[in-house]
Ligand binder design. Structure first.
Ligand code: MG
Length: 281
């Protein structure tokens, strides 16, 4: 099943689709967080209102995450190398354990929405196409063999980053958390639609030029380890979004580093989920 949040007559509505073409409005759920907590649906209700995806205004599938988005830093090998080249102090060194951090998301915008450039505050605006894992039920002390029971589905997250703020403040939180820095979408695909762990092509294009091109099978710390490690000491509430890290090819990794500017179009694509398109404003 594919789950969307759409704007219908000025109201946010959760919707579901089998084929990604016809959406059916799910009036029984107040929003996507309620739908996730319920475990989702097996069948589309017979009386559900139908909307064509091409006519619908797609919002982020989870416009208001209940908690900060949890993130993995430096979780693809080639990205580790390019990040260290950019700033050894901020991104280099030995890492026997994964880097976990969080980003604040008051409002996540969806497909075709702008990414604010914050000209004057940010001089190095960057993109990070990532597989987002959505936790389906409260998870604490999850055993490795049970991890899949806790995954509701997958989406695409663009972990937009201000490199100058990340390095200036030593800690990545602020540089990742500016309003508008977490576009998500275009939908959540339920976990049963993928093998585990998902090994899907992941790509990012800037103004049509392919910059990132890898597979979600190349994570250094895989999804089972991420959920096992985090839940050992911390409750992962239903609806939690985990951004699993970005492959090589971000702007800070280019020679010379090349950052986003107003007017640029960022397309994050993951095979089987779709394309999340945003423009810089
Ligand atoms: Mg990231």
């Amino acid at each position: 099943m594919r789950y969307y949040t759409i704007l219908l007559n000025g109201e946010e509505k959760a919707a579901a689709s089998r084929d990604g073409k016809d959406l059916f409005v799910l009036d029984a759920f107040a929003d996507m967080n309620a739908l996730i907590a319920s475990g989702g649906i097996r069948e589309i209700p017979k009386d559900a209102q139908k909307v064509s995806v091409s006519d619908a205004q797609l919002l982020s599938p989870i416009p208001r995450p209940l908690q900060d988005v949890l993130c993995l830093g430096i979780n693809y090998t080639a990205h580790a190398e390019e990040a260290e080249r950019f700033s050894r102090e901020s991104f280099g060194g030995e890492r026997p354990y994964p880097i976990f951090f969080a980003k604040r998301v008051c409002y996540s915008q969806g497909n075709n929405a702008p990414i604010p450039a914050y000209t004057g505050l940010v001089d190095s605006l960057d993109y990070e196409c990532e597989l987002g894992v959505i936790i389906g039920k409260d998870a604490k002390n999850v055993k490795r063999e049970n991890v899949t029971d806790y995954i509701f589905g997958y989406t695409i997250v663009n972990d937009v980053s201000a490199r100058n703020l990340q390095t200036r403040h030593k800690q990545w939180y602020f540089g990742k958390s500016l309003d508008g820095f977490t576009p998500m979408g275009p939908c959540i695909v339920s976990a049963d639609e993928f093998a585990f762990p998902p090994k899907q092509k992941i790509r990012c294009r800037i103004n049509g030029e392919v910059r990132q091109n890898s597979s979600t099978g190349n994570l250094i710390t895989g999804i089972a380890d991420i959920i096992t490690m985090l839940s050992e000491g911390m409750m992962l509430k239903a609806g939690t979004v985990i951004a699993t890290g970005t492959p090589a090819g971000v702007g800070m990794g280019m020679t010379p580093p090349t950052f986003l500017k107003p007017g640029d179009v960022v397309e994050c694509e993951i095979e089987g989920i779709g394309t999340l398109r945003n423009y810089v404003e």
